[in-house]
Design a protein around this ligand. Structure first.
Ligand code: ATP
Ligand code: MG
Ligand code: MG
Ligand code: MG
Length: 437
């Protein structure tokens, strides 16, 4: 992409109402534009990152055997009356009437809708297990929308729903998501810690929030440092095999959010391993048994011919919240430092003297080679000052910067800078692509 033809409304100043670094940087880099409280337009640069995250989530859901579909944002209220949640959900739910005066709502989550899909088609245990997911916009009329996309009112969520005949089956489904989540967050350059979460009136142990540590996180969290140093299960994990070892390896260590915190258990951890910090909830997995299947009559026939309510779980990831979360984890005083996997472009090519025939030619050729090699490149071909170009490239945080100017051209070299390490090397043109791949 040539910057002169792109839409990248970068600004020098962060608006005064942006309280945390990710929100400031997202506004300054022109990633999002606020429309109303907690409602954003995803501008081109931000949208590229959102799609990268969405794709990683998709790949890891698919790898774990979940199947993608797409449910609507607007839902009929009737299904929510069946489950009893239409009245329970409260003010976070945006309620709407259509022209026939029918009650509708903008979905804050999709348990009812997916349960209805399930009960309409699945009648036998032979069709199980099943895990269906989508990535769709949600609306929650939050009391305090803030921190930009971190607590929006309209936000993108990946939500998956598992269906099993037995509790043991549901546990297997839960373990698959537990492992897939660790792999997905790791691919985004994040260390997410699964922490025991409240299961409410349903009880049981199968609820975990996935938390990344950040000073600006909204929850107080407590965990054993061992969990922060652990590698994810890995992309070669056999999801058809026994995953209990992978889960227990982690759940044996203390990790809880404020609501579940147990002072005594935490104090029992060796002091040098006690981590007390703030965290951002980027995912949440939950086994709720027959909470929805019973009232909504989602039953399947078991091998013995009996009809039983299906065992369910739901698994959310805050896809749009992650954009802010990753920036909280990956930035320095000059701007964002994107992990390769979610960077909006892989390379930023800077023409130090646009309009100079030799510079234009060298940049144009390298740009074509990069694109031909499948490397997403943002080519700064504008006539801005060199200093402004460097600052902007640092601010938007692409993993690699390639700088071409008259002096380098005399020597036949390109300056290659790694945004994360700051390391700069001068390389002949022929070696540049190998360096950045
Ligand atoms: P929170 O505690 O932050 O309000 P939640 O527990 O209400 O989140 P869940 O119902 O568990 O959220 O939804 C699944 C995921 O969706 C969360 O883990 C979070 O990453 C994301 N999410 C929830 N609310 C928002 C929001 N207002 N803006 C952006 N992402 C959100
Ligand atoms: Mg909430
Ligand atoms: Mg929560
Ligand atoms: Mg939650």
């Amino acid at each position: 992409m040539r910057l002169s033809r792109y839409f990248l409304p970068v600004s020098k100043e962060a608006p005064a109402d942006a309280a945390i670094v990710s929100h400031k940087l997202m506004l300054r880099t022109g990633m999002v534009r606020q429309n109303g409280a907690g409602i954003y337009t995803w501008l081109p640069l931000g949208y590229r990152v959102l799609k990268k995250i969405e794709q990683i989530v998709r790949e890891e859901m698919d790898r774990a055997g979940a199947i993608e579909l797409l449910m609507p944002t607007l839902q009929q209220a009737d299904l929510w009356r069946e489950s009893g949640r239409y009245d329970d959900y409260g003010k976070e739910m945006l309620r709407i009437k259509d022209r026939h005066d029918r009650d509708m709502l903008y979905g804050p989550t999709n348990e009812e809708l997916i349960t209805d899909v399930f009960r309409s088609y699945v009648k036998s245990y032979k069709q199980l297990p099943l895990n269906l997911y989508h990535q769709q916009w949600k609306f929650r009329d939050e009391v305090r929308p803030r921190f930009g996309v971190m607590r929006g009112r309209e936000f993108l969520m990946k939500d998956a729903y598992s269906f099993d005949l037995t509790e043991d089956g549901a546990r297997v489904a839960y373990y698959k998501m537990f492992c897939a989540y660790l792999n997905a967050f790791s691919r985004m350059g994040l260390t997410a810690v699964p922490m025991r979460a409240d299961t409410g009136p349903i009880g049981g142990e199968l609820s975990h929030e996935f938390i990344i540590l950040a000073d600006t996180g909204e929850s107080a969290v407590f965990c054993d440092k061992t969990l922060l140093d652990m590698d994810p299960p890995g992309l070669d994990l056999d999801f058809d095999g026994d995953l209990s070892g992978e889960v227990e390896k982690r759940t044996q260590y203390y990790a809880a959010t404020e609501e579940m915190h147990d002072e005594a258990a935490f104090a029992a951890i060796p002091e040098d391993r006690q981590v007390s910090a703030r965290g951002i909830e980027v995912g949440h997995i939950f086994n709720f048994g027959t909470k929805y299947s019973k009232p909504m009559n989602a039953v399947v026939q078991g091998p013995d011919g009996q009809m039983v309510p299906v065992q369910m779980g739901s698994y959310g990831i805050g896809v749009s919240r992650l954009v802010g979360g990753i920036i909280e984890a990956c930035h320095d005083e000059n701007g964002i430092v994107w992990p390769d996997s979610v960077a909006p472009f892989h390379v930023g090519l800077i023409n130090m003297r646009a309009g100079d025939e030799a510079c234009d030619k060298a940049c144009g050729e390298l740009y074509e080679q990069l694109e031909a090699a499948g490397i997403d490149t943002l080519y700064d071909d504008t006539d801005d000052r060199a200093g402004a170009k460097f600052a902007r490239m640092d601010l938007i945080g692409l993993p690699w910067q390639l700088v071409i100017g008259p002096k380098g051209l005399e020597k036949g070299i390109v300056e290659v800078k790694n945004r994360k390490t700051g390391e700069k090397v001068e390389l002949p043109f022929a070696e540049v692509i190998a360096k950045v791949t």
